[in-house]
Ligand binder design. Structure first.
Ligand code: ZN
Length: 195
């Protein structure tokens, strides 16, 4: 199965992912593909729901440089333990390409997760790295950055969001996208295998 990035308002972006219980060769292969897609689209993070997978995992590289492998991280079953401070900065999302808006996030967070080797990773993050982890963990809870905008900010991007909705509906009308029921059935089957 070759992965691709799905766009707003695809229902998988609203899926709340359950924790992973196993990481097998197929999932590792998909995680490799997630890194490739993230770099191809010049992103710094990509969550599993964004490639139509119902798993609690995201990849990121706060440096955004494919050559910098030391900055690559896989977060499995991430939990944000606590956060402090507030910081506003413009965000975008590979599932809503071209839409940008300022989002308030915690300035510092303490996160706990597992890496691909099954080792626990935990620590305090700040700056862009903290923002990425909050944005991607939101994805795993079925939440998009546009959900965190004020009504005025949301109104500013509503025209662009409507374009995505029109595109989604027209693709579905010609059978390029499955029904909600088929999407839900596929996610349930994938969940059964690993969560
Ligand atoms: Zn995103």
């Amino acid at each position: 199965m070759s992965l691709h990035i799905i766009h707003y308002p695809h229902p998988t972006l609203r899926h709340v992912s359950k924790p992973l219980k196993r990481v097998d060769a197929e999932l590792k292969h998909w995680i490799d593909q997630m890194f490739e897609l993230m770099y191809e689209h010049e992103g710094v993070g990509l969550a599993a729901n964004q490639v139509d997978l119902p798993y609690r995992v995201f990849v990121c590289n706060p440096e955004g440089d494919p050559a910098n492998k030391e900055a690559e991280f896989v977060f499995i079953n991430p939990v944000i333990k606590r956060g402090s401070g507030q910081h506003e900065k413009e965000e975008g999302c590979l599932s809503i390409p071209g839409v940008y808006a300022p989002v308030v996030r915690k300035e510092k967070i303490v996160v706990q997760a597992y890496n691909l080797a099954g080792e626990e990773i935990s620590g305090e993050l700040d700056g862009l790295f903290a923002r990425i982890v909050q944005h991607e963990t939101d994805h795993l809870d079925g939440r998009l950055f546009i959900d965190r905008l004020t009504p005025t900010q949301l109104a500013d991007v509503s025209g662009e969001l409507e374009e995505f909705e029109i595109d989604f509906n027209s693709k579905r009308a010609v059978g390029e996208l499955p029904s909600d029921e088929r999407i839900a059935a596929r996610l349930a089957e994938l969940e059964r295998l690993r969560t």
